[in-house]
Structure formats: structure tokens, C-alpha cells
Design a protein around this ligand. Sequence first.
Ligand SMILES: [Fe+2]
Ligand SMILES: [Fe+2]
Ligand SMILES: [Fe+2]
Ligand SMILES: [Fe+2]
Length: 322
Amino acid sequence: MFRHSIRTLVVGLCALTAASQGATAMALAVPAGQYQATPATAPALRSQTLSDLATAMKGEAFAYASYSLFAAEADRQGHAAVGELFRGTAQTELNEHLRQAAALAGTVGSNAANLREAISGETYEHQVMYRDFAAQARADGDLDAAELFTEIAADEGRHRDAFRTALTAVTTGRGSIPAPPTADVVPVPAGPPKVKAARTRANLDTALHGEALAHARYLLFAAHARQTGNTALARLFEGTAGVELHEHFAGEAVLAGLVSTTKPNLRKAIAGEHEEATVRYPEFAERATAVGDTAAARYFRDTAADEAKHMTAFRQALDRLR
Ligand SMILES: [Fe+2]
Ligand SMILES: [Fe+2]
Ligand SMILES: [Fe+2]
Ligand SMILES: [Fe+2]
């Protein structure tokens, strides 16, 4: 696991505990209800709808991870009710919105297929993405970011290797599923961005979205492994999910200055919910309706309505703080 110098700069404790990870994984194991599993006879979704579902999942995973950090900051500032609001909303983003999109898109496959997906993502992050990001940050003088990207690249290589070993065990019965990695939780207090270059900021944003999505996908893969009786594989996915969120996302969030104090965090959340409720999901619903992807269209419409409720709740919370 990486050890990064930013740890010496940060204070406080992240409220996301191993216990909450366990609770999330349990919640994800519950059947998805009205959006569950497209029947084999159903027509395949159009590529635009699949692309919109992928965009939705990325946004929902990012909202979950961001709101979890905003909740911890609200707690630190003594705004317990706002902390609860952020935590509850985060659960809706992950356990309802993201999970329903994943069910429609067919994100979860067999344990072997899920491992192959995971290996492919980790390989790209290890060999290409984080190496490129580190080189760019170094060239632009963002040395803390270069160091963090380099450390994360090495972690992703370890994740890939563990998943490869697990795939061999799952498909051939040879060897065993590796023990899960343990996340070294990075606290994310309110603070300004700690990088200079616009390119580094853009790469951090890409990386934050990728880490949040990896965390959420691995929890879905873990739930499937558990449902199919492969507890060791479930633990490997859950442990890796924890590293993606509590080390990688959190370390990047510190450098990006993702967390501010509670009022600006609420304003940021309101702006995000407003965009989702009034632009993103209505557009996705319109496109899905136009091509006859009716279940997806209903999901996008329902989700837009939920985001409008989130926006209202955040606005009311902000009004009470004034
Ligand atoms: Fe959402
Ligand atoms: Fe990873
Ligand atoms: Fe990662
Ligand atoms: Fe929302």
C-alpha cells in the first residue's frame, strides 16, 4: 500500500470505516427490484443508451464518494444533521441509482467475467493512465501529484496481479484466491487544491471519477461472488474496493481540494443535483425514449425526479445554516 507525504499534512479521521464498507456490500446484495436483470429475450439496448448508462454510473459513483467525504466534514464542523443528509443521499446514489443503472446495463457477469473486466481496468490504469498522469504532473512541476500517481500506478499493478491469480483459481481450480488488501484510510479535511497546472487538475478529476467507479463496481462484483458462494473472491473485491475509495480517491481528493467547508460543499452538491435533474437525466430519458429503450427511459426519468428532491433537501439544509 502506498505511503504518501500528504498524510503528514492532513488531520482528523475519515468517517468511512471498514464497518460502513461491510454495510454497503450487504446492501448491494439485495435484489435490484424493478430494474433488475434484463431478461435474455429483451432487445439489446442501443449503444447510445448504454453509453448514457455508463455516464450515469460514473456520476453516481462520484456523487457517492464525494458526499461521503462531505458528510465527514459536516460531522467535523458539528453539523450532525447535514452529515446525516449527505450520508443518506450518498447511499441513494450508490445503492439505488448506480445499482439500477448497472442492472440495466448488465454490468455484472459471471465471477470469471467480472475478474476479466477488473484485470482490464487495472492493467490500463497501471500501464497507461497513471504513468501518463505522473509524467505530465512532473513536467508541470506538480511533484506531489506526480508522486501520488506513481504510487497508485504501483498499487493498480498489485490489484491486477491478485485478480489474475484469482481468475486462475476460479477458472481452473489451481491455486487460491489471494488475501484482500487492507486500505490505509487517508483523511480528507477541507482544504484548497494543492496542484498548479490545469492539466493536473483535469487528470485528477478523471482519476477521481475512475476510482469512485472502480470502488462501486468492485462492490457489485463482490456481492455477486458472495451470492454464488465464493466468499474469498467477495473479500478480495471488497478489500480492493476499499483501497480504491479510502486510499486512491481520498489521496486524490486531498490534492484536488475536493472538500471545502460545509456551506460550499452544499452549494457544490446543489449545483451537481441541479444539472442532473434538469439537463443530464432528462436528455438521457429523451434519447432512450426516442429509440424505444423504455425501461432505461423510465430509469432516467425516475432518477431525474430523485435528484430534484436531493437538490431541494440540500437547499433547505443550506438555508438552515445561514
Ligand atoms: Fe443520483
Ligand atoms: Fe485498483
Ligand atoms: Fe485505484
Ligand atoms: Fe443525487
